[in-house]
Design a protein around this ligand. Structure first.
Ligand code: NAG
Ligand code: NAG
Ligand code: ZN
Length: 991
């Protein structure tokens, strides 16, 4: 608990009330501006990475300063001290992880002082999530969760004044439309960032397009949000960095030969005038800060005080520049008041390129196992949250363990964590932290399941290495093992379950004692051959399970062998070329054909369509330069820069065929370090490709990036689709961007986009979709062709700061990664397909498996499972969790992309949770939806500008009902893709 012990779990309400009284935060605290002048909003800030070159604790405490000088605790110490000295000074705090750690260490005097600063709008929170999350490789569920966490903390400590209204995503390497949509749904007024394609930025500087109205969702109305691109990265103007780590001169205003006031004021005014030419209004925002600045805040504030004084003194001589301390929310308030119009933005800001050879598309894939681990973390987090609510676990210990996992997941979303752009030692620390949080939260899952089933002493252990068919619980015999499956979905689900086992003869029975048909499938020898893997489990037991919420299955070893794994047929690799040699793999829904000479896939038939599919693995060789100039940039953790094109790896692959009744698998051996299982399950309308890549060889001193590619005859005309953080799909056009002509010097990496959940393409008849299991880079370089980058091992740093080559090793050799891609071929459809999204959701959150020893099948205490039966088929449960002591948070999401509005009644669920009251909140769960009021801006071309400023309010009448009301007051209506968030306060809580 070293990380999190200090953060209170549930803060009592009176503290909150204390905080709000007499508040003058928000626009009441905004500086007075001047008409007919350039109003310069100086925004003091510090960009504090939640881990990057140092671990989160090293950054917090300021240890390991030889790696990077940075100590966040001192930043907060000194900033607070300096703010207290002058009521005009301002500071914005962004990362709530660091803030909460610091605040918990303060004595009551300091805490009271901080309360005052916040209540008076002198210390303001921007962003406010646990970390400043990445936007390319995160999943929307985790982003929502980490905002929920950060904003809840701020609300508990500071009340309304602690609630941020501005998104501050200044460092992530490109920006997603879904993130903007999430900000809109949380009621934020706008967001700011500092990185976009350099050609796009150049154009926007020229045509005053730096600030715009982003139409952040195709399906949600009222999703327009003000979006501002910063002028000079997120740094102070050149020459005006007053931080102790900078070398710029201070303002010297004394009797001195070195007095530089005139010069500095001239320089600043010149800068401001140049800058303001690129912005539409009479206000400009100038951030004053950078990475880990303000460690001795007195130096910063003393010089900013002087700068403000001397620049404004010039007004008496006719200067039109007015400068003052401000915050992003005050800046945006002024813009909103101006009633100007702003350009539109519809697509997103990917990929980001910073010069003609630097497309930041490598990080979409960097550290593939860490990217997968954080998705496992999310999966388990959701599982434990649901189980804790069902079992009503509210002890301090349980709450703390769940809170730790929540915080670990918040940290993992950081733009140097899930991105894979941190140093190796920091990556290990993230893994350690998340692993520990998962292990601690396993206690919650166990305690919950002990009360939710009648197996009151069950172990309910999780196995975290199922991806390589390892589970300590089943490795010896798997006799009399109970598997408890937990279904996170709102609806009863039927899925195939795979359990690593040792022998090959088992019987599976359900709660009613009925035998469930099962079979045993061999684990590919390439997995068995992994050096560090204990080789006890050579098989996987496969059976089909139908689970409402929780179901138990008993596995027993049969006394005498029933069958052996005799269904496995090997095809010799060396054979005479004979085109007619074909292997057909067929079940009732899907038919695959393979060329047994090359070992490759030929065709896929499903949903009444037959498509030629050539599937291959390929390598891009990483460019190695000396990084001196752009053209010498190496491929690295951030940047994908191939040296030449795709080189196909599998001209001839060895194959074996396992012809089971429920599952059919083709095991392909591509080369010494790539293999794959292609499988189809009976009744499952998709094809699964489970790849195994690594150790990527580097004996030739060449870094390599490995991709999987599917080529079809679909004439996609340069168009393909990728998801935005796992939600809406965006259309991509090869070599094109929506608002500018990109520099395509890097024609391959410049066409890479983040794929968190799916990538697809189509022509008039056929559509092909790939669903992945973690964030990856993906593209379509030719019509009909889809490609995902699976793994990267590089030998050079790309000179964007991490200072290490992305050369992951494990057990003394290159890291091995394993994962899955699912493929669906279906009829073309105009809009993204919701069925695919549901499959994606199911793949993302399959049944979680818990293991116990028992010789009987336990039963589930059904009376503890609430009623989800009224949820329409396309409505999913996005969150189901304890919000505070007697409050449960529920998020429901309509997965329908193009269909009708759906409605259902939430009363049965409310009632089965002993609901007393239910109300609706913004997406983060912390503000009543009825209180939402966010800025509405005018877009170019709207015609006449309204006579007074406008706002967006709740997009519908927010629910607010209690148990005395008629069930008709509990109807939930969801437009396509809508998410609604509810808090249910429970009855019968004794204080
Ligand atoms: C609280 O902490 C501050 C800063 O560390 C210190 O200056 C002050 O003396 C402390 N006050 C009390 C009452 O301990
Ligand atoms: C911007 O979008 C609005 C609303 O979608 C539309 O009315 C307007 O014409 C657009 N303006 C431009 C310049 O595209
Ligand atoms: Zn950063």
């Amino acid at each position: 608990m070293a990380y999190f012990s200090s953060v209170p779990v549930f803060i009592t309400l009176f503290l909150l009330n204390n905080a709000v009284s007499g508040a003058t935060c928000g626009i009441k605290a905004c500086p007075v501006t001047k008409l007919n002048m350039i109003n310069v909003h100086l925004v003091p800030h510090s960009h504090d990475d939640v881990g990057w070159l140092k671990t989160v604790d090293q950054y917090y405490y300021g240890s390991q300063n030889k790696i990077q000088h940075a100590g966040v605790q001192y930043i907060l110490d000194t900033v607070v001290e300096e703010l207290l000295k002058d009521s005009k000074r301002r500071f914005i705090q962004v990362e709530t992880f660091f803030f909460s750690k610091w605040y918990a260490e303060q004595n009551a005097t300091v805490q009271r002082a901080v309360q005052k600063l916040v209540a008076e709008g002198r210390l303001e929170f921007a962003g406010g999530a646990w970390s400043m999350n990445d936007e390319a490789t995160v999943h929307y569920q985790s982003v929502i969760d980490q905002f929920n966490l950060g904003l809840k903390y701020l609300n508990d400590i500071f009340g309304d004044c602690g609630r941020p209204t501005i998104g501050w995503q200044i460092d992530p390497f490109g920006h997603s439309r879904e993130m903007a949509s999430i900000f809109a749904q949380m009621g934020y007024n706008g967001e700011f960032f500092a990185r976009m394609d350099y050609v796009d930025k150049k154009k926007r500087l020229e045509d005053q397009g730096m600030e715009m109205i982003w139409q952040s969702s195709e399906s949600l109305k009222d999703s327009h949000i003000f979006t501002g691109m910063l002028y000079n990265h997120y740094s102070a103007p050149p020459g005006f960095c007053f931080d102790i780590n900078c070398h710029d001169a201070p303002i010297i205003d004394g009797e001195s030969y070195d007095n530089n006031v005139d010069q500095r004021v001239n320089d600043f005014i010149d800068y401001v005038k140049t800058m303001s030419k690129s912005f539409r209004s009479t206000h400009i925002m100038v951030p004053m800060g950078d990475d880990f600045q303000y460690e001795e805040a007195a130096v910063n504030y003393k010089n900013m005080d002087k700068l403000i004084k001397y620049v404004n003194d010039r007004q008496s001589k006719g200067s039109q520049v007015n400068v003052f301390y401000s915050t992003p929310s005050c800046y945006l308030h002024e813009l909103h008041q101006l009633q100007q119009t702003w350009p539109n933005k519809t697509e997103d800001f990917f990929p980001y390129s910073s010069d003609s050879h630097s497309y930041w598309t490598g990080y979409f894939t960097s550290r593939p196992t860490q990217k997968r681990f954080h998705r496992d973390g999310n999966h388990f987090f959701q599982t434990v949250k649901q189980l804790s609510v069902l079992a009503n676990l509210t002890s301090t210990r349980h709450s703390e363990d769940l809170e730790s996992l929540s915080q670990a997941m918040g940290i993992m979303q950081h733009h140097d964590a899930v991105t894979g752009t941190e140093k190796q030692a920091v990556a290990r620390d993230y893994d350690r932290m998340l692993f520990k949080a998962i292990v601690d939260a396993e206690n919650n899952a166990r305690d919950a399941l002990r009360s939710l089933t009648n197996l009151t002493s069950g172990e309910f252990e999780s196995c975290l290495e199922l991806n390589i068919s390892v589970c300590s619980f089943t490795q010896n015999s798997a006799n009399n093992v109970v598997v408890t499956l937990v279904n996170l979905l709102a609806h009863t689900s039927t899925q195939y379950v795979r359990i690593p086992v040792k022998s090959d003869n088992y019987i599976v029975t359900d709660e009613k004692g009925r035998e469930i048909p099962s079979e045993v499938v061999p684990v590919p020898w390439q997995v068995l051959a992994m050096e560090h893997r204990s080789n006890d489990t050579q098989h996987e037991l496969v059976f089909e399970a139908t689970v409402e919420k929780i179901a138990n299955f008993l596995i027993r070893v049969l006394p005498s062998p029933k069958s052996n794994v005799q269904n496995l047929i090997h095809f010799p690799t060396e054979k005479a070329l004979d085109e007619s040699d074909e292997l057909t793999v067929e079940n009732s829904l899907v038919k695959l054909t393979f060329n047994t000479t090359t070992g490759g896939l030929k065709t896929i038939e499903m949903n009444g369509l037959t498509e030629t599919i050539d599937q291959s693995f390929g390598v891009y060789k990483g460019f190695r330069g000396n990084n001196g100039e752009a053209k010498n940039r190496s491929s690295g953790a951030y940047v994908f820069r191939p040296d030449g094109g795709f080189e196909k790896l599998n001209n001839k692959v060895g194959i074996s065929f396992y012809n089971g009744t429920r599952v059919k698998e083709v095991h392909q051996h591509v080369n010494e370090w790539i293999s794959q299982v292609i499988r189809v399950y009976q009744g499952d309308n998709r094809v699964e490709f489970e790849w195994l890549v690594g150790p990527i060889p580097t004996e030739d001193e060449v870094g390599k990036e490995i991709v999987i590619r599917f080529s079809s005859n679909i004439s996609s005309k340069g168009i393909f689709y990728t998801d935005s953080n796992g939600r809406e799909m965006l259309e991509r056009e090869r070599n094109q961007r929506d608002t500018f002509n990109p520099d395509m010097s890097e024609a391959i990496s410049g066409n890479y986009y983040p794929v968190t959940g799916q990538i697809s393409l189509q022509d008039d008849e056929v559509r092909i979709t790939l669903l992945n299991d973690r964030a990856q880079g993906g593209t379509s370089l030719k019509d009909g062709e889809l490609e995902l980058m699976l793994h990267r091992r590089l030998l050079n740093d790309d000179a964007f700061g991490v200072g290490e080559a992305l050369n992951e090793t494990q057990y003394g050799t290159g890291l091995i990664a394993r994962g899955k891609v699912s493929l669906i071929i279906d009829e073309a459809s105009k809009k993204p397909n919701h069925a695919e999204r549901l499959v994606q959701h199911e793949i993302d959150q399959p049944f979680w498996k818990f293991f116990s020893k028992s010789n009987r099948v336990p039963s589930v205490n059904k009376n503890m499972i609430p009623d989800f039966t009224d949820f329409p088929p396309l409505v999913e449960l996005l969150s189901f969790e304890q919000h505070s002591e007697d409050h449960i948070l529920i998020r429901v999401e309509n997965f329908n992309t193009n269909g009708n509005v759906v409605s259902f009644n939430i009363y049965p669920l409310f009632s089965s949770l002993s609901g007393y009251k239910i109300w609706e909140t913004t997406l983060d769960g912390n503000m009543k939806l009825g209180d939402m009021k966010r800025y509405k801006f005018n877009q170019d071309g709207i015609g006449s500008i309204p006579s007074s400023v406008e706002y967006f309010y709740a997009p519908h009448n927010p629910m607010s009902s209690d148990y005395t009301m008629d069930a008709s007051e509990f109807v939930v209506t969801l437009v396509p893709m809508q998410i609604r968030t509810f808090i249910i306060q429970q009855k019968n809580i004794v204080y």
